[in-house]
Write a protein that binds this ligand. Structure first.
Ligand code: MG
Ligand code: MG
Length: 253
């Protein structure tokens, strides 16, 4: 089901989104060599609870999956998304993606960032930049009168044009009172095809790029962490975005 939000509801979602942005910024600030993923998870938890919000990933269990044990997803190097924060200590040159979600007054925000720890490799920064650019292009296409396919085309054409892979079977989604609502927001598409975008539609746009041009993945034994099949590194970038008469508004800034 696709539910349109009022201006007041979008304001409420922006308040939730701001908390997610603050949590991700705090994680990034503290993500130094030697810090564990569990320590980063605790930092995000403090920011979210300190703002009077609740984490939405913690204990999330779709389709009978085991409840997700973290406040953030922390996906390192060949892990693309859904990495479980554990005792792993960050190493110099790691490429880490942090995905965070929070709920405030019944409304959700969802956002992800990727960055390198310490002295990163130039090719990793290029991959991250491409994910950020693909996200920006997808957001720019999120205007009334466009269609979902315009967003997917903007993201996919950019990533594929640079020779990167796109994680198979995964994309963005509607968001509101639930973290995952309709519609699905694919990272590839055809211009002029798919659901027409209307003011009040709020979606999470989230390109997931793979460095070696492949799309395939496997699950870790933990049932959550999703890794590239080839071992290539990956980057993930996400914002919650409202489509308004005045254009796209990023709610997780
Ligand atoms: Mg997310
Ligand atoms: Mg999402």
């Amino acid at each position: 089901m696709v539910e349109l939000k009022t201006a007041g509801e979008i304001d409420a979602m922006a308040a939730a989104g701001k908390i997610v942005a603050d949590a991700l910024a705090a994680v990034r600030e503290n993500a130094r060599v030697g810090v564990t993923l569990l320590e980063l998870d605790a930092i995000a938890a403090d920011v979210i609870s300190g703002a009077g919000a609740s984490p939405v990933f913690l204990n999330y269990a779709p389709h009978g999956a085991s409840p997700f044990p973290g406040v953030i997803c922390a996906s390192v190097n060949d892990a693309v998304v859904h990495g479980i924060p554990d005792a792993y200590r960050l190493k110099d040159g790691d490429l880490i993606s942090i995905d965070g979600g929070a709920k405030l007054d019944g409304w959700c925000g969802d956002s992800a960032i990727s960055f390198v720890v310490g002295q990163g490799r130039r090719e990793d920064q290029a991959l991250i930049d491409a994910a950020d650019q693909a996200l920006a292009l997808g957001i720019a296409a999120a205007i009334p009168g466009n269609r979902l396919g315009d967003i997917g085309a903007a993201i996919g054409n950019h990533a594929r044009g640079l020779g990167y892979g796109m994680l198979a079977d995964h994309g963005g989604h509607g968001i509101g009172r639930e973290m995952h609502e309709g519609p699905d927001v694919p990272n590839e598409g055809r211009v002029g095809k798919g659901l027409r975008l209307r003011p009040g539609l709020v979606i999470a746009i989230e390109p997931m790029l793979i460095a070696d041009g492949t799309d395939d993945y496997r699950h870790d034994a933990d049932g959550w962490t999703l890794r590239t099949l080839t071992g290539a590194r990956a980057a993930h970038s996400e914002h919650t975005v409202a489509i308004t008469e005045d254009g796209p508004v990023i709610l997780t800034r």
